[in-house]
Design a protein around this ligand. Structure first.
Ligand code: NDP
Ligand code: 8X3
Length: 253
């Protein structure tokens, strides 16, 4: 088999862009996400363009048993994962802490932190057995800064930042490389999800400046992964040119 990349959250945005880019680079793919139909369409679109194998596994990263069962049920050949992209994640709501919604908090914590951990435990053990591997953790500028009403989402991405460092320390002895990519504003389905389907509000996030697109982040990931084996990029913060910090965006409107 060719090299294998496992991408969580491949049904949209950054994960989907990574799927195409790694296929272009000749990787066989394990694509995951909850929306099975999207995974099936993506697999067939990739198969029509690239000569790679694509496996799909549809599960909710918040469900520990589903994560463990779906990954363990993959055929042994597919467990030789070279690159894991821990990308599945989301924000829900944008409210001051005193008004926060318990359900939103739990969704973000369970997805962005616990889901990432469940996947990482299974796959890092495969990588240890294979004596090679590369883990990319998708953090955020929200993991480097805290902005008004970002409270819990920012906390989850700060946790990803810490876990990225912790993974590197723990997996060092196994020769596994670990990198965090922390994007600023990327126009994907992210804001629609944050604002629960309010497309007008979501669009306004990107008004008056040129945000990143998912492909920008996929290419950044590929840059890290394609360094020679003795080079580990610890982390990269990638922003639109018009965005200096989480809140400082120059808009021409
Ligand atoms: P999208 O909403 O476009 O994609 C999110 C992906 O995560 C989807 O494929 C979704 O799949 C998956 N996902 C969400 N919840 C779950 C779950 N419970 N179980 C399994 N999969 C899940 O957003 P982005 O592509 O922008 O987001 C990707 C990552 O990038 C996230 O971690 C996000 O926090 C981070 N990020 C995004 C930025 C941005 O501005 N867009 C900036 C910085 C970081 P499905 O719904 O099918 O399960
Ligand atoms: C997504 C970027 O600034 O909306 O993580 O939190 S931000």
């Amino acid at each position: 088999m060719a090299k294998i990349a496992l991408i969580t959250g491949a049904t949209a945005g950054i994960g989907e862009a990574c799927a195409y880019l790694f296929a272009r680079e000749g990787y066989d793919l394990i694509l995951t996400g909850r929306r099975r139909e999207r995974l099936e369409k993506l697999a067939s679109a990739i198969n029509s363009q690239y000569n790679v194998e694509v496996a799909i596994a549809s599960f909710d990263v918040r469900n520990r048993d589903a994560v463990v069962d779906n990954l363990n049920n993959l055929p042994d050949d597919w467990k030789k994962v070279d690159v894991l992209i821990n990308n599945a994640g989301l924000s829900q709501g944008l409210d001051p802490i005193q008004n926060g919604d318990y359900g939103d908090w739990e969704t973000m914590i369970d997805t962005n932190i616990k889901g990432l951990l469940y996947v990482s435990k299974v796959v890092s053990n495969w990588m240890i057995a294979n004596k090679t591997g590369y883990i990319i953790n998708i953090g955020s500028i929200a993991g480097k800064e805290v902005y008004p009403n970002g409270n819990v989402y920012c906390a989850t991405k700060h946790a990803v930042d810490a876990l990225n460092k912790g993974m590197r320390v723990d997996l060092l002895q196994h020769g596994i490389r670990v990198t965090a990519v922390h994007p600023g504003a990327v126009e994907t389905e992210f804001s629609e999800v944050r604002f629960k389907g309010d497309t007008e509000r979501a669009k306004k996030v990107y008004d008056g400046f040129e945000p990143l697109v998912a492909q920008d982040i996929a290419e950044t990931i590929w840059f890290a992964v394609s360094r020679p084996a003795h080079v580990n990029i610890n982390e990269l913060v990638v922003m639109p040119t018009a965005q200096a910090t989480a809140t400082n965006i120059f808009r021409n409107t």
